[in-house]
Design a protein around this ligand. Structure first.
Ligand code: NOJ
Length: 548
C-alpha cells in the first residue's frame, strides 16, 4: 500500500487523472457511469500509477451541459449513487494511496437548483432574484434583451422568463447554456453558500477542488452597467483586472476567503483554477493566498512544434517561479479533441469548418497521432510540475468523431453554429473489453454511442501486452515517481533545433525528436523511450528519458 503522508505539497508535482464520471464505468447497467463503477476500477487506477483523481461534476444535474449545470452542490446525482457511495470512494482511494479532487462550478448553477426555482417564483426585486442576475428588458414592454452579451453556447447570454402571474417578465444572464443561470457574486448569501459547500466536501475528506470558469464569477454590474460583447472571444479581455466580465481583481478576494477555509484542514486542501486569462494574469489565480494552482492550456495549442513547446515551457516555469505555485501540463480533457487524434489530423486552418465537413471521413493518421501523443506525454511528464491526464488517454484512445447528430448531447454542438464543434467525441464511455455490451463499460449500453472500433483500444486489448499504450503509461508513470526531484530544469542545446532536450537536477534527462529522421542519443543510461530505438538512435516523433 502506498503511504498517504499528510504532505501539504503533494499536488505540486502530482499526476492527476481526470474521470468524467458518467463515462468511466457503469456498475448498475443504466448506461451511465457511476460512483460504484469508479470504485470497481480502483485497482486499475492504482496499477496505472496516478497520484490523484479529479472527478468532473458528480452532482444532481439535468445534464444540459454534461453535469456542469449543478442542481445541488452538496449531493450526488442519484444516477451516480449516494453520499454513502461517495464516502466509500474517498475512503478506498485514500486506502490505495490516491487523493481525490472534485469540480466546483461557482459561476452558474443549473436551472433546477432550488434557489433558481425560488427566484422564478418570487417577483422582480425580491431577495431570491438577487442571488442571480435578473434585469428588466429594454423596449416598451421589456421585450429587448438587456445587453448584447453573447453566451459560450449561443448568440445571447440572456433568457426571458415568464413571471409567476403569467406575464412575460425579466431576463436572466447565463454565460453558458440557458439552463446555467449565472450567480450574482455581489450577493453575500451566494458567497456564504459556497463556503458551506466547500466545508461540506472538505469535511468528507476531499483533497482538493478544480474550480470551473474560475476567471468569471464577479462581473461589473455597478450603476446599471452590463457587459456587451461576445463572451467566448477572450482576445478582447482586458489584462489588468478591470475587464467587465472576466478575471476581475475582486474574484481573487473570493478565492482568498476560500483559501482560509482550505487551510483549516490538515493537510490544507488544494485547488486548481480553470482560468482562461492572459499569461500575465495567471499568478493571481495560482497564488498561495488564493487557489494555489492554475491550469495552463497552452500546450493544447502547441501542436508538433519544438519552438512553441520550448517557449510555453519557459513562460510557464517563469510564472511558477514568480508566484510560488507549481506549473500544470495538460494535453487532453473533457472539452477538447483527444490528443491521440489531434496530433494525427490533417493540417487545417479552420478546425470548425473541417469538423463539419469531414468528421465522418476524417482521414486521421492515427499512428502518427498516437506516436506524437506519447512523445509529448513523456516530455511533459519529465518537466517540473503536475500533469493532468484525461481518462482513456492511457489507452491511446482516439476521438469518436463520427457520432450522429441525433445522438449528440453537447449544447455547444447544437447552440453555437459558429463553432459547431462537439465535445461528445472525447466523452464516449471507456472501452474496458474488446467486445460485449458497451465494451465492458456496463451491462446496459452506453449513454453516448461507442464506435465499432472502440474494442481495439480497450483495457483488455492492452493489459499486459508489451508495447501497448497502457503498458507504456504504467512504465513511465512508475519511472517518473522514482525519478521525481526538485522543481527546476535546464535546457540542453543542440545544433539541431528539432531536438528538445532538458535535464532535471538529479541527472534525469528528457530528449524529444521532433524531426523526421532518427537522431543520435546524448550520453546517458536509457531509462525509457516512447518508440523503440532505430539502430541505437532516437526514432522520429519520439521521446527518451536518460539518466546522466
Ligand atoms: C468549463 C467546463 O470544462 C466545460 O465543460 C463547461 O461546459 C463550462 N466550463 C461551463 O461550466
Amino acid at each position: 500500500m502506498r503511504f498517504l503522508a499528510g504532505d501539504a505539497n503533494w499536488w505540486r508535482q502530482a499526476v492527476i487523472y481526470q474521470i468524467y464520471p458518467r463515462s468511466f464505468a457503469d456498475s448498475n447497467g443504466d448506461g451511465i457511469g457511476d460512483v460504484q463503477g469508479i470504485i470497481s476500477r480502483i485497482d486499475y487506477l492504482k496499477k496505472l500509477g496516478v497520484d490523484a483523481v479529479w472527478l468532473s461534476p458528480h452532482y444532481p444535474s439535468a445534464l444540459a451541459d454534461g453535469g456542469y449545470d449543478v442542481d445541488d452542490y452538496r449531493d450526488v446525482d442519484p444516477r451516480l449513487g449516494t453520499l454513502a457511495d461517495f464516502d466509500e470512494l474517498i475512503a478506498k482511494l485514500h486506502e490505495n494511496g490516491m487523493r481525490i479532487i472534485i469540480d466546483i462550478v461557482p459561476n452558474h448553477s443549473g436551472s433546477g437548483h432550488q434557489w433558481f426555482k425560488d427566484a422564478l417564483a418570487a417577483g422582480p426585486g425580491s431577495p431570491e432574484r438577487d442571488r442571480y442576475i435578473f434585469r428588466d428588458g429594454k423596449g416598451e414592454n421589456g421585450e429587448i434583451r438587456p445587453s448584447e452579451l453573447s453566451s459560450h453556447f449561443g448568440p445571447t447570454a440572456w433568457t426571458r422568463i415568464t413571471e409567476p402571474d403569467g406575464t412575460p417578465g425579466q431576463w436572466y444572464m447565463h454565460l453558458f447554456a440557458s439552463e446555467q443561470p449565472d450567480w450574482n457574486w455581489d450577493n453575500p448569501e451566494v458567497r456564504a453558500d459556497f463556503e458551506k459547500t466547500i466545508r461540506f466536501w472538505c469535511d468528507r475528506g476531499v483533497d482538493g477542488f478544480r474550480i470551473d470558469v474560475a476567471h468569471a464569477l464577479v462581473k461589473d454590474l455597478k450603476n446599471g452597467h452590463l457587459p456587451e460583447r461576445n463572451s467566448y472571444d477572450l482576445s478582447v479581455m482586458k489584462d489588468d483586472g478591470t475587464d467587465d466580465l472576466f478575471d476581475r481583481d475582486e474574484v481573487h478576494e473570493i478565492y482568498a476567503s476560500w483559501r482560509k477555509i482550505f487551510n483549516e484542514y490538515n493537510p490544507p486542501r488544494m485547488a486548481v483554477a480553470e482560468a482562461w486569462v492572459h499569461a500575465n494574469r495567471r499568478p493571481p489565480s495560482a497564488s498561495a493566498n488564493g487557489l494555489g494552482q492554475s491550469f495552463s492550456f497552452d500546450m493544447l495549442g502547441a501542436g508538433w512544434d519544438p519552438r512553441k513547446v520550448r517557449n510555453i515551457a519557459n513562460i510557464n516555469m517563469k510564472a511558477t517561479v514568480e508566484n510560488g505555485s507549481s506549473t500544470t501540463w495538460v494535453l487532453s480533457n473533457h472539452d477538447v479533441i483527444r490528443h491521440a487524434t489531434r496530433f494525427g489530423l490533417p493540417e487545417v486552418s479552420n478546425f470548425g469548418a473541417w469538423y463539419k465537413d469531414n468528421r465522418f471521413n476524417p482521414g486521421v493518421d492515427e499512428k502518427l497521432g498516437l506516436t506524437r501523443g506519447k512523445a509529448m506525454t513523456m516530455l511533459l511528464l519529465a518537466l517540473p510540475g503536475s500533469t493532468y491526464l484525461y481518462q482513456g488517454e492511457e489507452l491511446g484512445l482516439q476521438e469518436a468523431l463520427e457520432i450522429p447528430a441525433e445522438d449528440m448531447q453537447d449544447p455547444q454542438f447544437f447552440r453555437n453554429p459558429d463553432l459547431g464543434l462537439s465535445r461528445d467525441g472525447c466523452r464516449v464511455p471507456l472501452p474496458w473489453t474488446r467486445t460485449g455490451s458497451s465494451f465492458g463499460f456496463g451491462s446496459g449500453g452506453s449513454h453516448l454511442p461507442q464506435p465499432k472500433w472502440f474494442g481495439d483500444w480497450s483495457v483488455e486489448a492492452e493489459d499486459g501486452v508489451a508495447g501497448s499504450t497502457l503498458e507504456f503509461y504504467r512504465e513511465v508513470l512508475a519511472l517518473r515517481r522514482k525519478l521525481q526531484t526538485t522543481e527546476t530544469f535546464k535546457w540542453v542545446w543542440h545544433f539541431n533545433k528539432q531536438i528538445v532536450h532538458f535535464a532535471r537536477p538529479n541527472g534525469w534527462q528528457s530528449v524529444t525528436n521532433f524531426s523526421q529522421k532518427p537522431v543520435k542519443l546524448p550520453k546517458g543510461k536509457l531509462l525509457a523511450s516512447s518508440e523503440p530505438l532505430v539502430s541505437g538512435k532516437l526514432a522520429p516523433n519520439a521521446t527518451a528519458w536518460l539518466q546522466a
